[in-house]
Structures are given as structure tokens and as C-alpha cells.
Design a protein around this ligand. Structure first.
Ligand SMILES: [Zn+2]
Ligand SMILES: [Zn+2]
Length: 433
């Protein structure tokens, strides 16, 4: 549930406003939690705007719930803006107003801050790092990123602008730590496209591919594979359909993406079916869970069919994923998972140690502040930075203020922080005690 504030003098702007899903023991579905924005809502007149770096739930999912408290202009790229409009259409929550569309590469002034949106590769399109200049200081906020030279959707990673900024001088880099415990580089979406192509070609019966619904590149890849393998493409699950529609609206999917109505899938010969499905974490009630339980209204799977999990198991979901896999296998349905297969069937959207090192050597900042991860990830990221020649690193926790002048440091627990939870019964936000 990302929420960052950047301040100078008496003015602030925010970056991202996300949710997290918390599984309460005994509950069927996880509850939606988000940050308590009390610190900034108490000084709302000092807030000049909020920038959404990309369309993932942990970066924009809380905006429909919390924008009314913020009442500030929100900046987003066309795809992220389409996702926000989709999320608030006819459902709960408020669409930010004004919602200002920004193209990757644009520069804009937010109060005293000059912000440049730097295209960077990640597992959802149009993700942007932010170069923030105020006075003679420059901070680079990476957002979530990886180095992908063949991202399938959008432009390949380019070091050019990052190198120019590094040459001009960067005071601090705020950087994604998610994969900082892993050595090497993450594979590209292009390699996953090849792996998935081979995996689907090897199947005889129906094929269902589970992936994260915000991964537009994966949908792009499966559309191409459906044409090559003579299968009709279907999309199962509300969130995947919603994401596909948003991506189509802004022109991110190829002409081959022509899904048929899900209710027609059940009438096709098995060898002509390729479906994309939600629920790769074994979520209760999602498309894959229903297919496993034989309660999906549009299609059923039989022995000889194949489920490909083009995803990773998010820590904490091991039990639900393994019961999903066992449920299919018990019925003679083959399961090929990215974690077990020799083919590359999934690529993470976050930088491993090799990518972190590459970026730090390109940017050569004075200071690195690791964010986005547990303490162990942030510590590992700081170690990578030091090994890459960065002179100083600072790590902290929610509510800490990192300051750049007169000399860099941290003021611990500067802002009061907490969590809010959406209560389904009362349809209100409540403080998590
Ligand atoms: Zn994230
Ligand atoms: Zn992300």
C-alpha cells in the first residue's frame, strides 16, 4: 500500500496511493487495507498534487477510496487513467478530479517541483520513474521497475535519459527493493513469450493460462499464440476482462487480440481453446478456482486438458496455490507451473541485484534510499548500492522523513502512520486497531 510524500518548504506532493490485501484468519476473502493519510489531510492546502507511477493495485488501488480526503489534482498516464475510470465506473469510490493525463517523457511543474516522467520497464505498461527537481536538488524515484530489453508491450529499457541525469548529478535515488535478495537479472517478457509459445504448442486439449490480470504483455503474447496455434482466445474473470478493456482503449493490445465470448468456449473442440484466467494465487471464487471446482458457468475442464500457471506464488499464498494444483491434478488435468517448468513461463517485474547494480552505476547518485519491500529486502538493496559504489544509503520505516539538506539524514517517526480498512457491512473506512 504505497504512499510517498515529497516536500520542499511548506509544499508537498504525493506519489502513488495503493491498497494491500490482508487475509484475516477464518475469512473467505481478504480485506482491503490502505494507508491512513491523516498527516497530509491535516495540511491539505500544502498538497499540490498526486502522481500515479503505474496501474498496479498497490500503487493506485486506494485512490477511489481516499481521493475525497485529498481533493488534489491527480496525474496518471493514459493506461493508469483508464484503470482508475474503470474502477470507479458504477461502483463505489470517487474518480479523482481533475485527472490529468501525462505521456511518458513529459515534464510538468507541481508547485515548486519540476517533475519529469521517465519511461521504465515493469510488469504493467506505461510505468514511469520520476525525476524530481527543486532548487539545485534532484531526486529520482524509480517506481517499480526492471531492465527489460524486450518488454513485448511498450518501449524497451533505454539507459540514455538515466545516463544524462546521472551526468547532471543526482542527490538521491528512491528505489524498489522487491527482488533485492535475488542475484542476477530477471528474464524479459520476450523470453516468456517464447516459453509460453512452446508450452501451449505441446498441449493437445484445452489450455487455460493463469496470469496476473494487469500483465498486458502476457495477454498480448497469448493473443499472438492463439493465432499461431489455431486456438480461439477467451478471457475468464472480471478483473482480466476489465484490464483487457482498459488496455484496448489506449491501444496497447495487438489486432490479434480478438477474444470470443467466454460462454462460447464450452462449445468448441478442446484443441481450439486457449483461455486466459484470473486466480493464479488460488483465490476463492476466481476463474481458476471455479474451473478446479467445476463450478465455472462458461467452461469445464476434463482429463487431458492443461492449466499453465504463468505467475509466481506470492508469499503467504502457498497453501491456496498448492490446493489449486492438487485439485486439477486429481481430475487428470495437467498443471504446468512457472516454478516447476524448465521453460521461462513468468518474469518478475522487479529488479534483481544485477539490474540494481546496473542502474546505480548509470545514475551514480550521492545517496540511495531503498523502499518497497520488507526490512531484509531494503537492507539487501542498500548493500547492493554500496557495492555499486554509492557513498551513502539510508533505510527506514513508514512515517520516517528522509531529508537532503543541510546534510542527508532521517527524522524517525516524523509523520503519524496507520492503516484503514474497508468494512463491507457498513461500507465505511475504519481504522485498523
Ligand atoms: Zn508495487
Ligand atoms: Zn508494480
Amino acid at each position: 500500500m504505497n504512499f510517498n510524500l515529497f516536500g520542499h518548504g511548506e509544499q508537498w506532493f504525493a506519489v502513488d496511493c495503493g491498497i494491500t490485501l490482508e487475509q484475516v484468519p477464518g475469512a473467505v476473502r481478504p480485506t482491503v487495507q490502505m494507508p491512513d493519510l491523516g498527516f497530509i489531510t491535516a495540511r491539505q492546502e500544502q498538497l499540490t498534487g498526486l502522481i500515479v507511477t503505474h496501474a498496479h493495485e498497490d500503487h493506485l488501488g486506494a485512490l477511489p477510496y481516499l481521493w475525497e480526503q485529498l481533493q488534489c489534482p491527480v496525474y496518471a498516464t493514459p493506461f493508469a487513467a483508464a484503470v482508475l475510470r474503470h474502477k470507479t465506473r458504477g461502483r463505489r469510490g470517487t474518480l479523482p478530479n481533475p485527472l490529468i493525463q501525462v505521456e511518458p517523457g513529459d515534464t510538468m511543474a507541481l508547485g515548486p517541483f519540476n517533475v519529469e516522467w521517465l519511461p521504465i520497464t515493469h510488469s504493467t505498461p506505461e510505468t514511469c520513474a520520476l525525476s524530481i527537481t527543486v532548487g539545485d536538488s534532484r531526486v529520482l524515484h524509480t517506481a517499480d521497475w526492471k531492465i527489460d530489453r524486450d518488454p513485448v508491450v511498450g518501449s524497451a529499457w533505454s539507459a540514455r535519459r538515466f545516463k544524462e541525469l546521472g551526468d547532471a548529478g543526482i542527490d538521491a535515488v528512491i528505489c524498489d527493493s522487491t527482488n533485492a535478495l535475488q542475484a542476477g537479472h530477471s528474464p524479459s517478457e520476450g523470453e516468456v513469450a517464447v516459453g509460453l509459445g512452446r508450452a501451449v504448442s505441446a498441449c493437445k486439449g484445452r489450455v487455460v493460462v493463469g496470469c496476473f490480470s494487469s500483465n498486458v504483455a502476457r495477454m498480448h503474447t497469448l493473443a499472438k499464440i492463439s493465432v499461431k496455434t489455431g486456438r480461439y482466445l477467451g478471457v475468464l474473470g472480471r478483473s482480466a476482462l476489465g484490464m483487457a478493456r482498459c488496455a484496448q482503449q489506449v491501444g496497447l493490445l495487438p489486432p490479434e487480440f480478438q477474444p470470443i465470448y467466454a460462454e462460447h468456449l464450452g462449445y468448441l473442440p478442446p484443441a481450439e481453446v486457449l483461455a486466459v484466467a484470473t486466480g493464479s494465487q488460488g483465490e476463492w471464487g476466481a476463474a481458476l478456482h471455479r474451473l478446479m471446482n467445476q463450478t465455472h458457468p462458461d467452461m469445464s475442464l476434463d482429463a487431458g486438458d492443461t492449466v499453465i500457471l504463468s505467475s509466481k506464488t506470492i508469499p503467504g499464498n502457498e497453501a491456496s496455490v498448492s490446493s489449486l494444483i492438487e485439485g486439477f491434478r486429481a481430475r487428470g488435468i495437467a498443471v504446468v507451473s512457472a516454478e516447476e517448468s524448465a521453460e521461462p513461463l513468468h518474469a518478475s517485474g522487479h529488479p534483481c541485484q544485477g539490474e540494481l547494480t546496473d542502474l546505480y552505476q548509470i545514475l551514480r547518485p550521492a545517496l540511495v534510499i531503498p523502499v518497497h519491500g520488507e526490512r531484509a529486502h531494503m537492507t539487501a538493496n542498500a548493500d547492493v548500492a554500496k557495492n555499486a559504489g554509492v557513498g551513502a544509503t539510508l533505510t527506514g520505516q513508514n512515517g520516517d522523513l528522509f531529508y537532503l539538506s543541510p546534510t542527508p539524514g532521517v527524522r524517525r517517526r516524523f509523520a503519524e502512520v496507520g492503516r484503514l480498512e474497508w468494512c463491507e457491512e457498513t461500507e465505511r473506512l475504519v481504522t485498523v486497531g
